[in-house]
Design a protein around this ligand. Sequence first.
Ligand code: PFF
Length: 510
Amino acid sequence: MADKVRDSWASRLGVILAVAGSAVGLGNFLRFPVQAVQNGGGAFMIPYFVSLLLLGIPLMWVEWALGRYGGGFGHGTAPGIFHSIWNKNRFIKYFGVIGIFGPLAIFIYYTYIESWTLGFGVLGLIGKLKTAAVARESMQAFLSDYQTRLWPSYLFFLATFFANVYVISHGVSKGIERFSRWAMPTLLFMAVILMIRVLTLGAPYPEHPDWNVLNGLGYLWNPDFSALRNPKVWLAAAGQIFFTLSVGIGVILTYASYLKKTHDVVLSGLTSVSTNELIEVVIAGSIVIPAAFAFLGPTEIEGVAKSGAFNLGFVTMPMVLNRFPLSQFFTGLWFLLLFLAGVTSSVSLVQPAIAFLEDEFNISRKKAVRIFSVVSFVLMQPVIFWFSKGIVDEMDFWVGTVSLVVFALIEVVLFSWVLGMDKAWDEIHQGADLAIPRVYRFIMKYITPLFLIIILVSWLVSSRDIIFMTNVADTNKSFVLGTRLALLLSLFLLAFLVKIAWRRREKGNS
Ligand code: PFF
């Protein structure tokens, strides 16, 4: 509300690093290689780049522009931002609820996985992974054991949770921005060291000279055009673009709402995309895949990637690094790199909820952080204690997949159709240091929405099994259903809060 001064970014580099920090995360180092391998390596990269150009980059620009626009009205989250674009529509603000709900829900499972990286980082550095990392079975058992035991995993979870709360409690410029300013260069440095380590591994087995790092790179980079006809590969590639860029969920909207009206969004948005892509395809693409290829060979790498989303990063990587000098150092470095990348992302998932409480309820930051911490901490407990029951997969489907596409579609339609392409073009170019190629007027108006609709429909059709829980074990069905109901309930609860906020605002104005 108007009587409070909103926080704002202290510098241009700072906001770019914060947005890049949100984008660069576990998605780059863990999810990307697994998706690429599961979808046939070289077959994945063409749909990936097409999705980057037609979905990722336009959505990043749209979110920076919409966020800055909404921030001008004192709104940092989607309900208020959507309402400022289309104030004649009474319902549009409720669609914005996804922009608070989504980040909160992802935070709940993302932070838990992030805490494993801290745990494995510390255990790796002090040499506790060394014995397990000699064989796949023992390393796999170590991971499962870690996930199911309270000690020391819960301690690392608490440390991770409070690290996030600590950063966020200092606010946007003094917390997130300051943290990103040192965390981003540090993680880049760590990633480059690991990349060099992997690229100099050569061929670890004399009996398999073709299992080498160079062929591992070829596995990712030799295009396979035949796979372009497979819709599954397209869906996976588009999903990865959304996830890795942090678009379609509301966090970039919130970050951009702290920009000044005169701040460029075109070049800054593009710089954050480029930083993410450099780290994802060039650096992360030269770590897990070549290492795993040289170590496992072309057939087994696919088997391992398909056997579980975390196996390449948490099982194979420590085994590879274990075989070479300074193994403790490199294993620790790998997991602590993941941890740092994770924290810069998870803090961005917190900010929408904080901004909502601050902007729409006039609650102080301190109090908002306290409310958020209690609510999210409570919600995290079932995820931790019932991890094996399929809760995370269920959340990842509805929140990390379906909601992203729905929300992105609403955003792009509001921008290109409701605001209108002429006004939208002027808005995005205010203070811009770069002109967007004109072809993007057409892309943003027709291609991006159409692409999103096609994805949404094919996703829902191809996910019939997930929707009807056909493949869920009977013992897990009640947990999965419970998760679904809890998600629905949270959505309604947030919609109700939006209703209250608006009613209070109207009363305040009359
Ligand atoms: N982009 C992050 C990653 O690649 O790990 C994950 C993420 C962060 C997704 C924030 C969505 C989000 F809003």
